[in-house]
Write a protein that binds this ligand. Structure first.
Ligand SMILES: [Zn+2]
Length: 280
């Protein structure tokens, strides 16, 4: 099994949310609740206010640097449309797209529309225009799908999608590979609540079980989704969890690849199997 770690960009600044959505009041309620319940320390609480004043709700550079040190390829999904709490502007997204490309990261689309093929196509085109780079892949924001989403993404010409949560190997839908993901930071740490409900140890135990499950299913790839927003001492449990998971996989001799490499591997394997069949 090889590991593919990817990061969804949901926020860039605090101010992008003001007067647009309820993310800021929700953040304030959540932070106060987590402090009162003893889920976060006072210094963590203070750090959150520091980020707030600095208008900084992304940790992209810091995360790429950490990944580079650990030899983990950085793979990002960044949005070009607004929707459910994702409200950064296209010019701001462009700044970070350039940064990601210049630092050798894999860059794909964090999609908003999951139900209308025309809008799906428009988002793909807009991503291309803004980044001067074609999106090979996509993950839907909030992993939203309907019956047709995966098929529509395939029709739109994506080489892969990683929106589906399943302990299953990649499979083809038309010309596109669906690479299901298995582990999502928030699901492990918030455990179905709207605030941090698990301790670091509980999150670690839960993650070990999920990695074990992936081994039992003999999966080719273990796909993990970690949001850059939480790569910060303002979210210490999340930060410590990510550092733990990377070190744990390294200790267990896991090879890290990105989606592009995985798709190339899957294609060559498919061609090899087709050739074998031809020779029978
Ligand atoms: Zn998202």
């Amino acid at each position: 099994m090889k590991a593919i770690i990817s990061h969804d960009i949901d926020h860039i600044t605090v101010s992008e949310h003001l007067l647009r959505d309820l993310i800021v009041p929700k953040f304030l309620v959540r932070s106060n609740l987590e402090l009162t319940m003893g889920k976060i320390s006072f210094s963590e609480y203070v750090s959150r206010w520091t980020d707030f004043v600095k208008n900084k709700w992304q940790n992209i550079d810091e995360l790429i640097t950490f990944n580079n040190v650990k030899q983990v390829p950085s793979s990002f999904f960044i949005g070009v449309s607004k929707g459910i709490g994702l409200n950064y502007s296209n010019p701001l997204a462009q700044v970070w797209m350039e940064q990601m490309i210049s630092r050798g990261c894999e860059l794909n689309l964090h999609g908003i529309n999951f139900s209308n093929i025309n809008v799906i196509n428009e988002e793909k085109e807009l991503f291309h225009k803004l980044s001067e780079h074609r999106a090979n892949g996509i993950r839907m924001h909030y992993v939203r799908t309907d019956q047709e989403t995966v098929l529509n993404l395939s029709k739109a010409g994506y080489k892969f999608d990683s929106t589906v949560h399943a302990f299953e190997d990649p499979y083809k839908v038309g010309g596109m590979w669906e690479l299901p993901f298995q582990i999502m930071d928030g699901w492990v740490i918030e455990n179905g609540k709207r605030w941090q409900s698990a301790s670091l140890n509980e999150a670690i135990e839960r993650t070990k079980k999920q990695i074990e499950k992936a081994h039992k299913h003999n999966l080719k790839y273990l796909c993990i989704d970690f949001h850059d927003r939480y790569f910060s001492k303002s979210f210490k449990t999340w930060l410590d969890w990510y550092v733990w998971v990377v070190d744990y996989l390294i200790k267990n001799k896991m090879e890290f690849i990105n989606y592009e490499t995985a798709v190339n591997e899957l294609e060559s394997e498919l061609n090899l199997n087709l050739n074998k069949k031809d020779h029978i």
